[in-house]
Write a new protein. Structure first.
Length: 329
């Protein structure tokens, strides 16, 4: 009995010196492989603000935009930082589209999956002054105008927005002139100014202009109605926007908003960020962001996350082959 007590006392004495779970020892670079003002940029900076406001980590998060080469600059930067746990990256579908379209030496397996934060929607938008009240009316106008007469603006070339545009063309027999811009903020501005006829912007990239009465949503490329019923404008909520597939436009598309780390990091380091983002996603600020941006709030980590990413890569190979966007195709 005495020996057991002595052993227990020794264990207690040693406890303060046991290995502690890993945490950052310096500021964390939060790489954004996209331009300022777009959905990825807004989400990354929202995370930064939530972490700072609630004191969720001792060090600071520093958002850094590295949009060059359709995001390749950011992905290659994190790929090259093998073993560095003080660098994370927010990903969108350019995780797949950029290497497929450009043959840049990068694949998502070069990074370490951490956490799916949400899935982002796409909406078919037109200028509020335009006469079109439904996708059918807009598609009919595009057909009547003739091939290439209607201008569709989007973020980047051979990426999500243009993939959706091509899917619309292939499913309806229309042909748009696609005009790429660096970020979703610029895309929305071009539509408000009447320089283009439509966009397939993410909700968060266009909501301010919709609320201000400058833009009109025609449909959302989701599989189910958006759950958000609070009015965004005087007459409409996100829930009120019809599904594209229910309006004769059989196209659906959701985009990843997720976190990856550099290759070669430890399980403890990955777990730190999983725990951190769990805290972020539990805040009222995050829940407000999800509603304002009409996000699909699916979240995954671990093997489920990696398996989901692998399936999405396969889907993007199929979509981009169909669109003729694969490098060297």
């Amino acid at each position: 009995m005495k020996a057991r007590c002595m052993f227990a006392a020794a264990a207690l004495a040693a406890a303060p010196f046991a290995a502690q779970a890993w945490e950052p020892t310096k500021n964390v670079e939060f790489i954004i492989p996209a331009g300022t003002g777009g959905g990825a940029d807004q989400m990354a900076r929202a995370v930064q603000g939530i972490v700072a406001k609630h004191g969720l980590m001792k060090q600071s998060i520093l958002p850094i935009n590295k949009a060059g080469g359709a995001g390749a600059e950011g992905f290659l930067d994190v790929k090259a930082a093998a073993g560095d746990p003080h660098k994370i990256i927010i990903t969108l579908s350019n995780l797949f589209t950029t290497p497929l379209a450009t043959a840049v030496p990068f694949n998502w397996r070069d990074l370490t999956p951490v956490q799916m934060l949400a899935l982002d929607n796409f909406v078919l938008w037109v200028n509020a002054k335009a006469p079109y009240k439904s996708p059918k009316e807009y598609i009919e106008a595009a057909k009547k105008a003739g091939p290439g007469k209607m201008k569709m603006a989007g973020t980047g070339a051979k990426q999500e927005d243009q993939i959706i545009t091509v899917a619309i063309e292939q499913s309806t027999g229309t042909k748009f002139t696609y005009i790429p811009f660096k970020g979703g903020g610029a895309v929305a501005t071009q539509l408000v100014g009447g320089h283009v006829d439509s966009t397939v912007n993410n909700p968060i990239e266009a909501v301010a202009q919709w609320r201000a009465g400058n833009l009109r949503p025609l449909c959302v490329f989701e599989l189910k109605r958006l759950p958000y019923k609070q009015k965004v404008t005087e007459k409409m909520s996100w829930y009120d926007i019809p599904l594209c597939k229910d309006t004769g436009l059989p196209v659906d598309y959701l985009m990843l908003r997720g976190i990856f780390m550099a290759p070669g990091v430890s399980k403890d380091q990955v777990q730190y960020y999983i725990d951190l983002f769990k805290k972020v996603m539990a805040t009222p600020e995050w829940k407000k962001l999800m509603e304002e941006g009409a996000f699909n709030t699916t979240t995954l980590n671990g093997k489920e996350y990696a398996d989901w990413v692998a399936r999405e890569e396969a889907r993007h190979i199929m979509l981009m082959k169909k669109a003729g966007f694969i490098a060297g195709q």
